[in-house]
Design a protein around this ligand. Sequence first.
Ligand SMILES: NC(=O)c1ccc[n+]([C@@H]2O[C@H](COP(=O)([O-])OP(=O)(O)OC[C@H]3O[C@@H](n4cnc5c(N)ncnc54)[C@H](OP(=O)(O)O)[C@@H]3O)[C@@H](O)[C@H]2O)c1
Length: 466
Amino acid sequence: MYATPVLACHIATDQRPRSVRIGASQLFILKYCRGSSVPEGNVSLESGSPLENRGLRPLRIAIFGFGTVGSSVARILTESKPEGLELTHVFNRGVGRKQVDWAKGVAWSDDADAVLASDVDVVVELAGGLDPAGSWVRRALEAGKSVVTANKKLIAFHGVELERLAAAKGGHLKYGAAVAGGIPVIPGLEQGLAGDRIERMEGILNGTCNFILSQMEAGAEYGSVLREAQAKGYAEADPTEDVGGFDARAKLAILMRLALRVEVDPEEIIPRPITTVTAVDFSYARDLGCTIRQVARAQKTDGSVAATVGPMLVDLRSPMAWSRGTENMVILSGHYGGDVVFSGHGAGGHPTAVAVVSDLLALAHGSRRVEIPSAKANVAGEFEVPHYIRFLVNDRPGIVAEITGALARERINIRAIVQKAGYPQQALPFVVTVEPCKSSALQRALESMRVMDCLLEPPLDLQMLE
Ligand SMILES: NC(=O)c1ccc[n+]([C@@H]2O[C@H](COP(=O)([O-])OP(=O)(O)OC[C@H]3O[C@@H](n4cnc5c(N)ncnc54)[C@H](OP(=O)(O)O)[C@@H]3O)[C@@H](O)[C@H]2O)c1
């Protein structure tokens, strides 16, 4: 399936072009350096510039939330002075402790009402969460202002309603930074891919999980990698949103609307945590030519929509396996255009701020996005894919016969049974992989195995991406 993907991406860190094998074809990727600081230079609006010639004045911008992303947006606006954008206000609670001397001429405020009532044209919401961010966004749109946000939760749960409000009041709502941070997957869908019919998508949408799993692939243990991720600021003190799959499912719901053109309730997407994956699974995955990543996937077949988020086996030769550390990746499969791969830095102040500033520039230049129609849908479909099932048993005769019997009753074909040497009989892990089967049939088979007295824990079932 990864025969000829197009690479639409910012990839990463060194400058050597390199080639990577994908199935039978070869894809050349130009890697280049993305420095951590904003480039010097002033590209300010000069007399006779395109915007001035069109009689457009700079947009007056208020940033709501001067944290990691908000301060990076202010940096870019202040240092690069992109044409047509003027940072006029920063709102944050207790704003005194946020004030910086490099943002000249900016009005600092801890009064949201006053900034909303001011003459700013665009509110850039970078506080996060549903409330009060949602109410600021609504009020700004009600007042006919435009809004740019990186708030995936707000957009996943209320994006459709807010877009309608923006359209009704003559403003715009842009959220290019809400999924995959600095990777232009949303603008890519709205512009470059709007002419295709996307039928399926797979993504690594959570940098924290990708960091944890790619470190585990290299031999680290879950607990220590999580602590390292927390120390580096990649993971929250309570990592549930990330490792439980909730963050990725909000992003998946946003992408599903733009790619598959379906409006789904994010809560209908059942996330599976990465916490059940152990070193044993990486070892077995390697023997099967795979590794493990947290993948968010969705597809639309004959009007039925399937979506899920969780740890999955990915082929070591597939683009997903290249994604390491906090990188994100999205693969979109179009009916006409085939596979397109987006990859790069999915988070971080500067990469995310680039996406925010790009949205602002699109507003300043009056560029209209393509209106992508969408309709409400339930996540009711099923994937029919191969699975990896890892058992942990207290060994005794007849176990394999019981497992194969349970699978056969659901008409599920076994692909391979793998048992590595070196584990104790009393806590023996082994793996069964099965040919593509419906998730519901496999769940029934696993349910019927629960009575087996030898099972030390419920079997771990992971989809295999092919
Ligand atoms: N960081 C990333 O890499 C990244 C990537 C993609 C998308 N995003 C999204 O971007 C948004 C901002 O993320 P971030 O990482 O910049 O968060 P952050 O560092 O926590 O910054 C949030 C800022 O908003 C302020 N704030 C929060 N609630 C507020 C309230 N009720 N009243 C006034 N000020 C409030 C915070 O002030 P205090 O300092 O007082 O808390 C803080 O300065 C979120 O929606 C996030 O999901 C972030």
